[in-house]
Design a protein around this ligand. Structure first.
Ligand SMILES: [Zn+2]
Length: 205
Protein backbone atom coordinates (compact mmCIF):
# COMPACT_ATOMS: atom_id res chain seq x y z
CA UNK A 1 0.00 0.00 0.00
CA UNK A 2 2.88 2.36 0.77
CA UNK A 3 5.80 2.99 -1.61
CA UNK A 4 8.85 0.78 -1.00
CA UNK A 5 11.07 3.78 -0.15
CA UNK A 6 8.68 4.81 2.60
CA UNK A 7 8.37 1.26 3.94
CA UNK A 8 12.16 1.08 4.08
CA UNK A 9 12.32 4.35 6.04
CA UNK A 10 9.68 3.08 8.49
CA UNK A 11 11.66 -0.11 8.97
CA UNK A 12 14.84 1.89 9.71
CA UNK A 13 13.14 4.31 12.09
CA UNK A 14 11.56 1.41 14.00
CA UNK A 15 15.09 0.18 14.84
CA UNK A 16 15.68 3.25 17.02
CA UNK A 17 15.36 2.74 20.79
CA UNK A 18 11.89 3.55 22.06
CA UNK A 19 10.40 3.84 18.58
CA UNK A 20 7.73 1.29 17.72
CA UNK A 21 6.15 0.53 14.36
CA UNK A 22 3.35 3.10 14.77
CA UNK A 23 5.66 5.95 15.82
CA UNK A 24 8.02 5.07 12.97
CA UNK A 25 5.13 5.33 10.53
CA UNK A 26 4.08 8.67 12.01
CA UNK A 27 7.65 10.04 11.68
CA UNK A 28 7.95 8.78 8.11
CA UNK A 29 4.61 10.23 7.00
CA UNK A 30 5.49 13.54 8.65
CA UNK A 31 8.80 13.62 6.78
CA UNK A 32 7.23 13.04 3.37
CA UNK A 33 4.31 15.39 3.88
CA UNK A 34 5.88 18.43 5.48
CA UNK A 35 7.39 21.23 3.44
CA UNK A 36 9.85 22.83 5.88
CA UNK A 37 12.75 20.82 4.51
CA UNK A 38 13.30 18.62 7.57
CA UNK A 39 13.70 15.50 5.44
CA UNK A 40 16.42 17.18 3.37
CA UNK A 41 18.20 18.61 6.44
CA UNK A 42 17.98 15.28 8.22
CA UNK A 43 19.48 13.41 5.30
CA UNK A 44 22.36 15.95 5.12
CA UNK A 45 22.91 15.63 8.87
CA UNK A 46 22.98 11.83 8.73
CA UNK A 47 25.46 11.94 5.87
CA UNK A 48 27.78 14.21 7.88
CA UNK A 49 27.31 12.01 10.91
CA UNK A 50 28.52 8.88 9.17
CA UNK A 51 31.48 10.74 7.61
CA UNK A 52 32.61 12.88 10.53
CA UNK A 53 31.50 11.31 13.78
CA UNK A 54 33.21 8.14 14.97
CA UNK A 55 34.26 6.40 18.18
CA UNK A 56 37.30 8.08 19.74
CA UNK A 57 40.47 6.15 18.79
CA UNK A 58 41.70 6.27 22.38
CA UNK A 59 38.70 5.96 24.67
CA UNK A 60 35.63 4.99 22.67
CA UNK A 61 33.73 8.23 23.39
CA UNK A 62 31.96 9.98 20.52
CA UNK A 63 34.47 12.05 18.53
CA UNK A 64 34.71 14.20 15.43
CA UNK A 65 37.16 13.08 12.76
CA UNK A 66 39.88 15.71 12.11
CA UNK A 67 41.65 16.63 8.83
CA UNK A 68 44.21 13.86 9.35
CA UNK A 69 41.43 11.31 9.65
CA UNK A 70 42.00 10.80 13.38
CA UNK A 71 39.10 10.64 15.79
CA UNK A 72 39.97 12.13 19.19
CA UNK A 73 37.18 13.18 21.54
CA UNK A 74 37.09 16.46 23.51
CA UNK A 75 38.17 14.66 26.70
CA UNK A 76 41.23 13.06 25.07
CA UNK A 77 42.18 16.38 23.44
CA UNK A 78 41.95 18.28 26.75
CA UNK A 79 45.55 18.81 27.95
CA UNK A 80 44.41 19.97 31.41
CA UNK A 81 43.10 16.53 32.27
CA UNK A 82 45.05 14.06 34.33
CA UNK A 83 45.99 11.04 32.16
CA UNK A 84 47.16 9.05 35.21
CA UNK A 85 43.54 8.60 36.34
CA UNK A 86 41.35 6.45 34.12
CA UNK A 87 37.61 5.97 34.59
CA UNK A 88 36.17 2.80 33.04
CA UNK A 89 32.54 2.91 31.94
CA UNK A 90 30.25 0.46 30.15
CA UNK A 91 28.86 2.83 27.55
CA UNK A 92 29.11 6.35 26.14
CA UNK A 93 25.89 7.47 27.88
CA UNK A 94 27.53 6.71 31.25
CA UNK A 95 30.61 8.73 30.30
CA UNK A 96 28.37 11.68 29.42
CA UNK A 97 26.49 11.35 32.72
CA UNK A 98 29.78 11.38 34.69
CA UNK A 99 31.01 14.37 32.67
CA UNK A 100 27.84 16.27 33.62
CA UNK A 101 28.61 15.63 37.30
CA UNK A 102 31.96 17.44 36.85
CA UNK A 103 33.61 15.12 39.40
CA UNK A 104 36.00 13.42 36.99
CA UNK A 105 39.22 15.18 35.95
CA UNK A 106 40.91 12.14 34.46
CA UNK A 107 40.41 10.26 31.22
CA UNK A 108 37.97 7.52 30.24
CA UNK A 109 37.84 4.09 28.71
CA UNK A 110 34.54 2.83 27.26
CA UNK A 111 34.23 -0.96 27.45
CA UNK A 112 31.28 -1.14 25.07
CA UNK A 113 29.90 -4.18 26.88
CA UNK A 114 29.86 -5.92 30.25
CA UNK A 115 30.85 -9.38 31.32
CA UNK A 116 27.69 -11.48 31.06
CA UNK A 117 28.23 -15.24 31.35
CA UNK A 118 24.50 -15.91 30.79
CA UNK A 119 24.66 -14.15 27.43
CA UNK A 120 27.95 -15.84 26.54
CA UNK A 121 30.03 -12.70 27.01
CA UNK A 122 33.25 -13.76 28.73
CA UNK A 123 36.51 -11.88 29.45
CA UNK A 124 37.73 -12.53 25.88
CA UNK A 125 34.85 -10.44 24.53
CA UNK A 126 35.96 -7.37 26.48
CA UNK A 127 38.60 -4.99 25.00
CA UNK A 128 41.11 -5.78 27.77
CA UNK A 129 44.23 -5.76 25.58
CA UNK A 130 43.43 -2.25 24.42
CA UNK A 131 42.85 -1.24 28.03
CA UNK A 132 46.25 -2.63 29.10
CA UNK A 133 47.87 -0.67 26.26
CA UNK A 134 46.23 2.50 27.56
CA UNK A 135 47.63 1.83 31.03
CA UNK A 136 51.22 1.72 29.83
CA UNK A 137 50.87 4.49 27.22
CA UNK A 138 49.46 6.97 29.72
CA UNK A 139 51.25 5.82 32.87
CA UNK A 140 47.89 5.23 34.56
CA UNK A 141 48.16 4.99 38.36
CA UNK A 142 44.52 4.92 39.38
CA UNK A 143 41.56 3.26 37.69
CA UNK A 144 38.03 4.13 38.79
CA UNK A 145 35.57 1.43 37.77
CA UNK A 146 32.20 3.06 37.05
CA UNK A 147 30.32 0.08 35.66
CA UNK A 148 26.63 0.05 36.69
CA UNK A 149 25.59 -1.50 40.04
CA UNK A 150 24.00 -4.54 38.36
CA UNK A 151 25.03 -8.23 38.46
CA UNK A 152 26.96 -7.87 35.19
CA UNK A 153 28.42 -4.51 36.27
CA UNK A 154 29.72 -5.96 39.56
CA UNK A 155 31.14 -9.06 37.82
CA UNK A 156 32.96 -6.81 35.36
CA UNK A 157 34.30 -4.64 38.20
CA UNK A 158 35.72 -7.70 39.96
CA UNK A 159 37.37 -8.96 36.80
CA UNK A 160 38.92 -5.54 36.19
CA UNK A 161 40.14 -5.33 39.79
CA UNK A 162 41.82 -8.71 39.45
CA UNK A 163 43.45 -7.88 36.11
CA UNK A 164 44.53 -4.36 37.00
CA UNK A 165 45.88 -4.77 40.53
CA UNK A 166 48.33 -7.40 39.24
CA UNK A 167 49.57 -4.68 36.88
CA UNK A 168 50.33 -2.36 39.78
CA UNK A 169 47.38 -0.02 39.32
CA UNK A 170 45.20 1.14 42.23
CA UNK A 171 41.61 0.17 41.45
CA UNK A 172 38.59 1.77 43.06
CA UNK A 173 34.87 1.40 42.51
CA UNK A 174 32.34 4.24 42.55
CA UNK A 175 30.47 4.29 45.85
CA UNK A 176 26.91 3.18 46.29
CA UNK A 177 24.28 5.84 45.98
CA UNK A 178 23.42 4.80 42.50
CA UNK A 179 20.63 2.28 43.26
CA UNK A 180 21.39 -1.40 42.65
CA UNK A 181 20.36 -2.43 39.16
CA UNK A 182 20.07 1.27 38.37
CA UNK A 183 21.44 2.99 35.32
CA UNK A 184 24.25 5.55 35.66
CA UNK A 185 22.83 7.34 32.70
CA UNK A 186 19.74 8.31 34.71
CA UNK A 187 21.43 9.10 38.04
CA UNK A 188 21.37 12.79 38.91
CA UNK A 189 24.59 14.85 38.83
CA UNK A 190 24.95 15.23 42.60
CA UNK A 191 24.48 11.50 43.26
CA UNK A 192 27.02 10.63 40.58
CA UNK A 193 29.48 13.25 41.80
CA UNK A 194 29.26 11.86 45.33
CA UNK A 195 29.57 8.29 44.05
CA UNK A 196 32.85 9.21 42.37
CA UNK A 197 34.24 11.22 45.28
CA UNK A 198 33.26 8.45 47.73
CA UNK A 199 34.88 5.68 45.68
CA UNK A 200 36.42 2.81 47.60
CA UNK A 201 39.39 0.60 46.88
CA UNK A 202 38.47 -2.68 45.22
CA UNK A 203 40.08 -5.68 46.83
CA UNK A 204 40.49 -8.35 44.20
CA UNK A 205 41.28 -11.18 46.62
ZN1 LIG B 1 38.54 9.97 23.80
Amino acid sequence: MLPDALLHLIELLARLPGVGEKTAQRFALHLVSEKTGTAQALSESLKQLSERVKSCDRCGNIAEVDEQGRALCVVCRDKRRDPSTLCIVAKVQDLLAIERSGAMRGHYFVLGRLLSPLDGIGPDELPLERLFERLSEDGVREVIVATPPSVDGEATALLLARELTTRGVAVSRIASGVPHGGDLEFADQITLGRAIEGRRTLDSR
